[in-house]
Design a protein around this ligand. Structure first.
Ligand code: HEM
Length: 143
């Protein structure tokens, strides 16, 4: 730890490279679209979501901007809506283990679609997948 030369620089400017820098904005836009396309057809949780879940909907825009910002892209979500406070924003929805599992099922299927269409590599798939698994579990707010 005390030796600052023990790790090689991660890039020319010696800053960690964010996922956004590596893969750009398109995969996050596609992930938001595919997630809500899947949820639109999922009777287990559809009722919690707004009527319009199309690619141009507010829901897709919120998700796209949030994911982009979270993975190191422009902070458009917070510029528009303030601090994400993701768990607090989800408190008005009853999210139990079953709802979370259904949501995650849709999210991981969306990820598979985007991994294929955007030719994302395995470390990228793992990083996004692990985030979705962990964070969705953290959204549970009901027995
Ligand atoms: C990785 C986990 C998750 C992330 C990153 C995430 C992200 C988001 C974001 C950014 C919003 C928009 C919030 C706003 O600006 O008002 C949102 C809304 C919402 N989320 Fe999640 N969410 C996650 C998990 C879940 C889970 C497990 C459920 C369970 C069903 C869920 C249900 C909802 C609902 C019902 C809305 C409201 C949709 C709307 O009115 O547009 N979310 N989520």
């Amino acid at each position: 730890m005390s030796d600052p030369t023990s790790n090689p620089p991660l890039n020319a400017s010696d800053k960690p490279v964010s996922l956004f820098q590596r893969i750009g904005e398109r995969p996050f836009a596609r992930l938001a679209e595919e997630l809500y396309r899947n949820i639109d057809g999922d009777a287990r949780i559809r009722r919690h979501f707004p009527e319009d879940l199309s690619a141009t909907s507010e829901a897709v825009r919120d998700m796209r901007e949030f994911l982009t910002q979270f993975f190191g892209g422009p902070g458009e979500y917070s510029a528009r809506k303030g601090h994400p406070r993701l768990r607090a924003r989800h408190m008005r929805f009853p999210i139990d283990q079953a709802a979370r599992d259904a949501w995650l099922d849709n999210a991981l299927r969306a990820l598979e679609t985007v991994v294929t269409s955007e030719r994302l590599d395995e470390p990228t798939r793992h990083e996004i997948g692990a985030y979705l698994i962990r964070t969705s579990q953290f959204m549970i707010n009901r027995e």
